[in-house]
Design a protein around this ligand. Structure first.
Ligand SMILES: Nc1nc2c(ncn2[C@@H]2O[C@H](COP(=O)(O)OP(=O)(O)O)[C@@H](O)[C@H]2O)c(=O)[nH]1
Ligand SMILES: [Mg+2]
Length: 240
């Protein structure tokens, strides 16, 4: 049986993580992960200023599968995910946000896609958005994805959903080349996956917006766009 690791980046998530852990335990009991052997749950605490790491360590006493890796100081979501991908031992890594905006049962859909990289999407006809984000955030997201398609030629409607299944072996040839430490990390990984001819599927998932976002729709979107343009230039000169 193939093995699975969960990778959850966490920045100041002391308040949102307990619900995520409850939902995860519930999903495990309901057999959401029965097609794989779930061997590790890695939380990457990215220099949080609250009790995130201590809270996970407490939880770990009764749930030994959970493990916290601390990055100090805060370096960004992309860096946290790269850290998790390098630390994981499993065949597959499911990257998920700390706020369970995409319910755990959506794992079945990305798993069924069967490609080395399968990305959850909030912008396909079959995606199901149960609680929307604000008009501004939704349109910033759409515009960002439009520009990503224009600049990179990637065909995806939504590169930024925090729910992605990745075959660990398949990304080994380029994992050390990933450089984008903050929120545009997804676009970089997808550009590398395409350059290395990995199969990528965009999978419609359900999504429920959670409050208390750590992403600033204006400042972070501008930074992300600059990164995407830099990546586009860098990937032109990519040597395998
Ligand atoms: N490691 C790390 N994770 C972050 C950072 N900022 C946000 N995250 C994580 O990224 C995920 C998505 O963040 P969230 O605030 O829900 O963003 P949104 O729902 O996309 O607006 C959560 O798991 C956060 O803890 C950061 O600076 N470092
Ligand atoms: Mg969120």
């Amino acid at each position: 049986m193939q093995t699975l690791a969960l990778i959850i980046p966490a920045y100041n998530e002391e308040k949102r993580l307990p619900r995520t852990f409850d939902l995860l335990e519930q999903a495990k009991n309901e057999g959401v992960f029965s097609s794989v052997e779930l061997i590790e749950i890695l939380l990457i605490d990215d220099g949080s200023k609250d009790r995130t790491a201590a809270m996970i360590e407490d939880y770990q006493k009764s749930h030994p599968q959970y493990r916290v890796i601390r990055v100090v100081p805060n370096q960004g979501k992309g860096n946290a995910i790269h850290t998790g991908l390098k630390a994981a031992q499993a065949d597959w890594c499911l990257i998920a946000d700390a706020d369970t905006a995409t319910p755990w049962d959506q794992f079945k859909k990305v798993w069924a896609a069967g490609t080395p990289v399968s990305i959850g999407s909030r912008d396909l006809p079959e995606s199901k958005i149960t609680t929307s984000q604000s008009w501004v955030r939704e349109h910033m997201g759409r515009t960002f994805n439009f520009l990503v398609r224009m600049i990179t030629g990637l065909p995806f409607r939504d590169t930024q959903c925090g729910f992605k299944l990745i075959n660990r072996q398949a990304i080994q040839p380029f994992i050390e080349k990933l450089e984008v430490k903050r929120f545009a990390w997804d676009v970089e990984l997808l550009m590398f996956a395409r350059a290395y001819q990995l199969g990528i599927t965009e999978v419609p998932v359900s999504w429920e917006h959670q409050d208390a976002s750590r992403v600033n729709p204006i400042k972070d979107s501008i930074e992300m766009l600059i990164r995407v343009i830099q990546m586009r230039l860098r990937i032109c000169f990519l040597k395998k």
